[in-house]
Design a protein around this ligand. Structure first.
Ligand code: KIV
Ligand code: ZN
Length: 413
């Protein structure tokens, strides 16, 4: 199979300008938001195994958990902070001092660490979830951030449900957080409600209206309730965010978080247009995906972009013909680039003669034209009654139809 590498012919912006591209950082929250989804709870030892793999993937930040939520999670975060070198280690806190203390105690042994404080800012959350008012939320936010800064140099603030908040009020709260010392502002579309143009406007507005944002790293955190988490993350990047939060395999609350592998590969494949770099080791994507699926029990759908079993599989004759000539006809990513091995040609009733010939060749079977026609006819009969025709079945068909003529090249004549 022809597996030519490289982009589809575009010339990158930086190649034209000669400038260094800006870097988009990845904040992995598989061990916090990802683990929050029903059925995915991880044992601390499994969290540590995943954290080591996230280091191989070279994410910039690992959000290891919510230390105040349980003694087990505190220990898991602390162990990751002590053992996993490379990425910064973060823990989540409400605005309560005891939550902030718990995060600090859990992460302080990491070479790089940060406290992540969140507070709801939409009226629906403020009224019905917290039973507070806007003024109290503002004060509690400023107080919590100022306190967290007494413990830690890097403090990230997330205005929860920013996607449904009043934009002026959102800017007021973010301003209070920045004034109190937050140096990362993470803007969450907590309920996956925004359309990409709305989310882009939200990020751009905060960036423009809040004083001091030029000294602050903007991050985005998008949920997938409408299937827009990746698109919204990219919209946030277009508006100036230089950090993206997400989870491996897109796991997370309800419909999940933005999938790290999707956002990364969108940045890589469309780099000529987006002009942005990253620090990740993409060949670790599939190994990381498999590990997370195995340890969380959250299976990856076959059609999942980048890491699904079918992401590099071709079953229809027209596509197979194209891919066998040059994989770029139907693949915008090389399977090897994401650690997925090689593209697969799957034999089904929709396959064509090129694919059958290719597979026969791979299993070492050479047939004269009339035998090939007979094998092809029998193959279609079998394929019509099964999902996929594997190598073993194919060899049986060859034996059945052509007898000695179809014997594998390597077998004695
Ligand atoms: O979805 C959300 O708003 C969150 C925050 C805690 C960042 O997970
Ligand atoms: Zn979330």
């Amino acid at each position: 199979m022809n597996s030519k590498e490289g982009s589809v012919g575009e010339v990158s912006r930086e190649a034209v300008s000669g400038s260094m591209p800006e870097v988009v950082q990845f904040f992995d929250t598989t061990l916090r938001d990802g683990e929050q989804c029903p059925g995915a709870t991880l044992h601390p030892a499994d969290k540590l195994v995943i954290a080591h793999q996230l280091r191989r993937l070279n994410v910039d930040v690992i959000e290891a958990g919510f230390p105040a939520s349980s003694p087990g999670d505190f220990e898991a975060v602390q162990q990751i902070a002590r053992e996993v070198e490379g990425p910064a280690v973060a823990g989540l806190a409400r605005t309560k001092p005891s939550d902030i203390d718990a995060v600090y105690r859990a992460v302080r042994d990491a070479q790089k660490h940060l406290i992540h404080v969140f507070m709801s800012v939409s009226d629906i959350h403020i009224t019905y979830k917290l039973g507070l008012d806007r003024a109290t939320v503002l004060t509690q936010t400023a107080t919590a951030i100022a306190y967290a800064r007494t413990l830690c140099d890097t403090v990230q603030f997330s205005p929860e449900d920013a996607g449904r908040a009043d934009l002026d009020y959102l800017c007021t709260v973010v301003q209070a957080a920045v004034d109190a010392g937050a140096n990362v502002i993470n803007l969450p579309d907590t309920t996956g409600y925004c359309l990409p143009n709305e989310f882009q406007n939200l990020v751009a507005t905060v960036r423009r209206e809040v004083r001091g944002m030029d000294q602050v790293l903007i991050s985005v955190h998008c949920h997938d309730d409408l299937g827009l988490a990746t698109a919204n993350s990219l919209a946030g990047i277009a508006a100036g965010a230089r950090r993206v939060e997400g989870c491996i395999n897109g796991i997370g609350e309800r419909a999940g978080n933005a999938a790290i592998e999707e956002v990364l590969m969108a940045l890589r494949v469309r780099r000529p247009v987006l002009g942005l770099a990253d620090n990740l080791c993409a060949t670790e994507l599939v190994p990381t995906s498999r590990l997370v699926a195995e340890l969380t029990g959250m299976m990856v759908p076959a059609n999942k972009p980048v890491v699904g079993a079918n992401a590099f599989a071709h079953a229809s004759g027209v596509h197979q013909h194209g891919v066998l000539r040059d994989r770029r006809t139907y693949e915008i990513i090389a399977a090897e680039e994401v650690g997925a091995g090689q593209s697969k040609i799957v034999l089904t009733a929709r396959s064509g003669r090129h694919a059958l010939r290719h597979r026969l060749d791979r299993i070492g079977v050479e047939l004269p034209a009339d035998s090939f026609q007979a094998v092809w006819t029998r193959f279609l009969e079998v394929a019509d009654t099964s999902k996929e025709v594997g190598d073993e079945t194919l060899s049986q068909i060859v034996g059945e139809v052509s007898g000695l003529q179809g014997a594998p090249r390597s077998s004695p004549a």
